[in-house]
Write a protein that binds this ligand. Sequence first.
Ligand SMILES: [Zn+2]
Length: 297
Amino acid sequence: MQTSTPLCAIALSLALGMAALPAQAAPQATSTPDTASVQMQHIRNATTKIDYAGKTFLVDPFLAKKDTYPGFEGTFRSHLRNPTVELPIPVEDVVKGVDAVIVTHTHLDHWDGDKHQQLPRGTPLFVQNDADAKIIRAQGFTDVRVMGENTEFEGMRLTKTGGQHGTDEMYANRQLAEGLGAAMGVVFQAPNSPTVYLAGDTIWRNEVDQSLARFKPDVILLNAGEARMLGFAGSIIMSKDDVLRAYKAAPNATILAVHMDAINHMALSRKDLREYVEQNGMQDRVRIPADGEVLKF
Ligand SMILES: [Zn+2]
């Protein structure tokens, strides 16, 4: 177990929002059939641009340049700085054409604070609860909405889903539980569109099984980088085993595995996951997008 001091530091370092600046790197793209009605561009970490039912969402914008922040204290490889890689496209292109933003929770690697200059302050922005709404309104955003069951937006339905951002053992530690906090998932539904389930920062829990059973998603986005805390067994997000679990639990769904190779405490790399996917014969329905890669469904 950790002493209290690093745990406090974890809470602070996970929650602290600081400056984000533009970054440059080569874009990558792949193409699949034109009949697709959902497009996703994996940007970096959990940041994803989703074109859904005619609208463009930006999920969990973490837009900082490489090495902007210290590693999360008390976590695996905390000597590394975050993010560990640059954005694949200029930040102006990340925010271009965005109709709404979804912030699954306000940890630094999903929302790096009040310096998102490129996002217009009036952009509709969905959050998980009043606490996160308060944080983001204080940063100047004027149209912050708390997502719930059956949240309507431009003819589509958005539903907040549950989970837990770590193990029961971690949440039994009050300070660590505060640091880890709550995080939501989101289900996108619209007439004649594939149903998309974004699980968010959660380990595999009953809530995940329930969401799969209830919504029968066509596309599942998993944060699969196996983020680890020092001194605790288990991960605070999903890992390769959970990719296999999703593959079996949702036999018709395409699974996108993200949240790898960008933050210090990820114990699973894309390379390792790719090998695991091949070993388990999951290549037909599991995608591991590169930063900047575009996928259509
Ligand atoms: Zn995360």
